[in-house]
Design a protein around this ligand. Structure first.
Ligand code: A3P
Length: 302
């Protein structure tokens, strides 16, 4: 099975694959109160959500690098589902803030979620509150490889890579099916309060992405400040930054036997690495699956 630790349930008509604890918390998420000045970072797991979170938190908080250094990312950018979907007692101990305590957080709040659009708090879905939302996109092949390593890091996954790809394509990995999650946001693209950014854009031209996100958030920074932020967000710099590289979590997981690999969280950070990591057969399967899911959507992801 994919997770020896938690197990998954199928939720909703699209059979979202969510940890077993989802159902008992669904109502609380649904009724979670939104503020207009909240900033949401949404995206399928492994599409660059942590990278985006660090950028957004700093842009929102006037580039307060001191504070960013002091607090780990999941204490600054709160993940709606983190405190109740996973067995956080084991790997995050007291570091996680519950949904309940998120009400007390200093505003503007930065909030992250991997949920499908239809599982978001109802004030967002019905448009009574319009917080700014940024969606991260990455091609599913690279996301799948990244999630495979992540699953070894936090979920004790011990199957083969081929098996993992098959589960991913079948939508049987956490927060899957991949395209259902992505397209549920893509369908909302006409809303003014949603901005899409891709992992590839961030790799190709981080300065341009910072400028775009900054202007979306209504912030003004000098070119010098933007360049400094790009440096802070570079792969090399994030890799050695304990506030974002989850080194403590991984260390705990290794100690308690949850990790089946010692890969770092900020691992390879590449676009298109799948071309040399997946078999030609698997690449074909993904191409076909992408084609089927993207027909008529106007979306492509390199
Ligand atoms: P890889 O496993 O392919 O390296 P998420 O935060 O959504 O879980 O995504 C994690 C992925 O983002 C990982 O991909 C990680 O290496 C990559 N990533 C994080 N910070 C990055 C950075 N500064 N530059 C490039 N990639 C980064």
């Amino acid at each position: 099975t994919f997770s020896a630790r938690t197990g998954y349930v199928e939720v909703g008509k699209d059979n979202f694959c969510l940890p077993v604890y989802y159902e008992q918390n669904a109502e609380q998420v649904n009724n979670f109160e939104i503020h207009e000045d909240d900033v949401f970072i949404c995206g399928h797991p492994k599409t660059g959500t942590t990278w985006c979170s660090e950028m957004v938190w700093l842009l929102v908080n006037n580039l307060n690098y001191e504070e960013a250094k002091k607090q780990v990312i999941h204490k600054r950018v709160f993940q709606i589902e983190l405190s109740f979907l996973f067995n956080t007692e084991v790997y995050l101990k007291d570091e996680v803030t519950s949904l309940e305590s998120m009400r007390e957080i200093k505003r503007p709040r930065c909030i992250k979620t991997h949920f499908h659009w239809s599982l978001l708090p109802k004030q967002i879905q019905n448009g009574t509150k319009k917080p700014k939302m940024i969606l991260t996109l990455r091609n599913p092949q690279d996301s799948c490889i990244s999630l495979y390593h992540h699953s070894q890091m936090v979920e004790n996954y011990s199957g083969t890579f081929e098996e993992f790809c098959t589960l991913f394509l079948a939508g049987r990995v956490c927060f899957g099916p991949f395209w259902k999650q992505v397209l549920s946001f893509w369908e909302q693209r006409e809303r003014e309060n949603i901005l899409f950014i891709t992992f590839k854009e961030m790799k190709d031209d981080l300065l341009a992405v910072i400028r775009k996100v900054s202007s979306f958030l209504g912030k003004t920074y000098t070119e010098e400040e933007i360049e400094k932020l790009a440096e802070h967000l570079s792969f090399q710099s994030m890799k050695k930054n304990p506030s974002v590289n989850l080194e403590k979590v991984i260390e705990e997981n290794i100690k308690s036997g949850i990790a089946t690999s010692t890969d770092p969280f900020i691992r390879s950070g590449q676009v298109g690495a799948f071309k040399s990591k997946m078999s030609p057969d698997m690449i074909k399967k993904f191409e076909e699956w992408n084609r089927e899911n993207l027909i008529g959507t106007g979306l492509t992801l390199e």
